[in-house]
Design a protein around this ligand. Structure first.
Ligand SMILES: [Zn+2]
Length: 358
């Protein structure tokens, strides 16, 4: 078979050259020309990109029953005709930059059991079309630059997925089921509204590229450090711009200060000495994460960023909590020293530059 059919990922026009391919891109077409229809059944690859085939690809598409690769990007399409379900040998379907939405994806698309590549970036999807989740052989799914608000948990059904591109959507969270996509090597979640990431990402042992830039992430799950990434983008997230100047620390209440002293001094108190609600309060004390600090905190805690080596290339900021603003890994916190200046902030700034550059 012609080598153009082996590369299922890219969609450059050169993929549509060769004896069994037809490149009709940029041809101002409103319909498929007769001479091309006459040899429709022998074609393996067809590009109709950048034409005027709206409002939809008509019945004539059914004639191309041996197509392996079809590109109908940039046609102002609102829908496909049901006939597209007849292209049962199709492995690559590219329909970028149209006006497609879930309701207008025909059910017949589920017939295309051989589809490995679907690229429908730049359309009008507000969700992932359920039919896509039944395409069991999918390896590449590109749905960037849509208005998708939610990723369904059924995404885990696409067990062969290697590339999942969801950049430029409206996602606020990612379901933990993404961690089931064991073949995934590229996950693009940039330009969304993500506040958190699921810890299950740790299960993506083949993941090499993770794009997270332009989100609302203020922390990363600590588990992310164990991934074997080659590419990681984090720029324009609160976690890389906020923590140096804007770490949050509420002043402790008198109750909290008293509680901390009782815990730190290990004062004994009997059940009859103090009311039950105070006993419960004292039991809720949490230990400071600073190993050099024996301090505790209750509700008043200080956000602190701990840098962790990552893939030998980055120093990642992970969020943890300390008992007081003075408590750092360099000093115990409870003993307040007059020697308050440390280089911690300078070090933090230097480390942050590494992350930003990465
Ligand atoms: Zn502490």
């Amino acid at each position: 078979m012609d080598s153009v059919f082996t590369d299922t990922e890219n969609s450059s026009s050169s993929d549509f050259s060769g004896e069994y391919a037809e490149d009709l891109s940029y041809s101002s077409l409103q319909d498929i020309p007769g001479p091309v229809l006459n040899r429709a059944s022998e074609l393996r690859a067809l590009s109709l990109a950048y034409n005027h085939l709206s409002p939809f690809i008509g019945q004539s598409i059914a004639a191309f029953r041996n197509l392996v690769k079809l590109d109908i990007s940039n046609n102002d399409l609102f829908q496909f005709s049901e006939e597209i379900g007849g292209l049962v040998k199709l492995r690559t379907l590219i329909a970028r930059n149209n006006h497609l939405c879930s309701e207008n994806i025909p059910k017949s698309l589920a017939n295309l059991k051989t589809l490995e590549v679907v690229n429908m970036s730049g359309n009008q999807f507000v969700d992932v079309p359920p039919i896509f989740l039944k395409l069991e052989k999918l390896r590449y799914l590109h749905l960037g630059a849509n208005q998708i608000k939610e990723l369904p948990v059924q995404i885990k059904e696409l067990t062969h997925l290697e590339v999942l591109y969801l950049g430029g959507n409206l996602l606020t969270e990612i379901p933990s089921e993404v961690g089931c996509l064991s073949e995934l090597n590229t996950l693009a979640l940039c330009d969304n509204k993500l506040h958190t990431l699921p810890r299950s990402l740790i299960h993506l042992r083949k993941l090499r590229s993770l794009s997270l830039h332009n989100n609302q992430l203020s922390t990363l799950p600590p588990e992310i450090v164990s991934l074997d990434l080659v590419e990681l983008s984090l720029r324009n997230n609160p976690l890389v711009v906020r923590f140096v100047k804007d770490l949050v620390c509420d002043p402790p209440s008198l109750l909290e200060l008293a509680g901390r002293t009782i815990k730190y001094e290990k004062l004994n108190y009997g059940q009859e000495d103090i009311p039950e609600n105070l006993q419960n309060y004292l039991e809720s004390a949490k230990s400071c994460v600073n190993p050099k600090c024996k301090g505790v905190y209750f509700s008043s805690r200080c956000e602190n960023v701990k840098f962790v080596d990552f893939c030998g290339k980055y120093r990642l900021p992970l969020l943890q909590y300390l008992c007081t603003p003075r408590c750092s890994t360099a000093k115990p916190s409870v003993c307040v020293s007059s020697d308050t200046d440390t280089d911690d902030e300078d070090v933090a700034v230097a480390r942050m530059k590494k992350v930003l550059l990465g």
